[in-house]
Design a protein around this ligand. Structure first.
Ligand code: ZN
Length: 177
């Protein structure tokens, strides 16, 4: 039995397009049980991450939980991280394109340009202010989830329709690399 009842909003739902508000009650029971449930959910669906607005909660928080699986074979292993009220303090000028997908846009992959290195600040689940730097895959993941807080999805950043692929084609392509 799951102790959550989340529906991931799908592209076209106007709630994916709104600018979320800061979390003001980080230490509350409500916030903690929401995050616990969101955490179980993203683990169950083998997501790399999920942002609160994707389940209809317009608050500035997301979870990053990168680990390799069939859909993301090259994902690095990271300690699942709850990111609350994040800010991007600095971003490198070098930009790289790589493949992204999204639980709100199932079946589609696209090459998305992102800053390679970012310096960020956020509040942790325990209420601590964290300042850190991410590069590569995790930097990309952070920027992807951060975008959801501002109503932006990865397809908005795609430079050409040639950079969009159906997931089954993408799986075929990467298995041939
Ligand atoms: Zn997404």
């Amino acid at each position: 039995m799951n102790d959550y009842d989340f529906q991931v909003l799908q592209l076209g739902d106007p709630n994916l397009r709104i600018i979320s508000l800061p979390v003001t009650d980080i230490s509350s029971e409500r916030t903690h049980s929401f995050i616990t449930a969101l955490f179980r959910f993203v683990t169950d669906v083998h997501g790399m991450g999920i942002a609160a607005p994707q389940v209809g909660t317009a608050e500035r928080l997301f979870i990053m939980s990168s680990k390799p699986n069939a859909r993301y074979p090259y994902a690095p292993e990271m300690e699942p991280t709850v990111v609350i009220n994040p800010e991007i303090l600095w971003q490198s000028s070098d930009i790289e394109k790589d493949w992204e997908g999204c639980l709100s846009i199932p079946g589609i992959r696209a090459l998305v340009p992102r800053h390679n290195i970012i310096k960020v600040a956020y509040t942790s689940l325990s209420g601590h202010q964290i300042t850190t730097e991410y590069s590569g895959f995790i930097s990309r993941l952070f920027q992807h989830e951060f975008d959801h807080l501002d109503g932006v999805v990865f397809l908005d950043r795609v430079e050409s329709a040639d950079d969009i692929m159906m997931e089954n084609q993408w799986v075929k392509m990467i298995s041939q690399l």
